[in-house]
Design a protein around this ligand. Sequence first.
Ligand code: S3P
Length: 443
Amino acid sequence: MSRQLLVRPQKTPLQGVVSVPGDKSISHRAVMLASLAEGTSHVRRWLPAGDTMATLAIVQSLGVHIDIDKRSDTAWDLTIEGVGLHGWQAPTQPLDCRNAGTGMRLLAGLLAGQRFPSVLDGSDQLRKRPMRRITEPLGEMGATIMAENGRAPLTISPSPLHGLEYRMNVASAQVKSAILLAGLYASGETRVYQPGPARDHTERMLQAMGVPIRVEGDWVILPEAPDGGWVLRPLDLTVPADPSSAAFPLVAAAIVPHSQITIAGVGLNETRTGILDMLQAMGAELKIHNDHLSGGERLGDLTVSFSELHSTKVSGDTVVRGIDELPIWAVATTQAAGVSQVSDAAELRVKEVDRISVLAGELRKLGVEMMESADGFAVGGPLRLYGGEVDSHDDHRLGMSLAVAGLVTHGNTLVHDAGCIADSFPGFVEMMQALGANMEWLH
Ligand code: S3P
């Protein structure tokens, strides 16, 4: 989408209490799994973003009835009539995941277990992303998936599945989830080894639905199905606010002088809070209040205040727990004293775009020298940024990161191709405006 976002230097502090939309990972999973439950599920504060609405439309096209109460443009309440694990109906055309890697990889696991053929496809951007990481383990489980050069479209033919013991070489929640979801349809036990703490929303949701998945050390184990197969209980869930979305206003408040903001009801699942650790390590003033559990997930209100930041080094598990937040963390490092550095983050190169080289190229236009390495980058700060024209490259998180950078530039920043922000964060600009941020859509 070719919308343009204009950001002016922020001369006043950011202040206020806001909420951000529901978690994208949980929203994808909720609509998929509830559709396969026996009975009616209620999912509140579901995220109506580009990526998740693609998944919703796919599930509807598989014959599932979903009643949608559009509470607001950023939160929908869904009532989903589950059809049971074998109740999906054969689609009549290719299923369009748009830009959503999570949608495609998780649905591939579920569709591999169906008794009908299907084709999963998506945008040109999604067609460039690596799919062998799921087609190979699913193939080892007996699935028949054709993918030219390991890329979408994925053509899936029905075949019986059996359990698998699989060692992932990258800590990917999408790969883990695709295998576990296919495992629901497989004979025998399914075991996945994860080399790092990949987000565990699939495991938690399946447990809440009555599937006794267990974790033993670094292994996630789905036991053999009982006679007659698994039966998923319906979900009753309020989706927590997405910590990955909260990261943008959090960093904005940490770098705009004298700011103090609170973001309410943010998901604090330990596999997702790497960005909080990274910011705290840089000296950011961050407080969690009202810490509680809801629907098997930890939630809390986050307050962050501006402070002088210093550099930090990030690697290992923190990277896994904050992989999607590294672009906005990079913006924070431009304002931190010293050389900040991230390594072990090669996965950034296979996200919506190569988030290392594309971000380096765009931040350079604002005066940031980001040094690239194969598995990360380094930034020496604090830097004086200049305004300029930058481009999201149709990557929502890069679009929002560049917009936040624009708040601390000298001169206006124009973010081209910023409509993709709605792939994960509808209402981003309006929420930032509510905090007093000087940004607006041009058209
Ligand atoms: C996601 C997993 C992560 C993350 C993505 C969402 C998920 O990807 O980057 O935005 O919902 O499972 P990987 O599994 O490729 O690490």
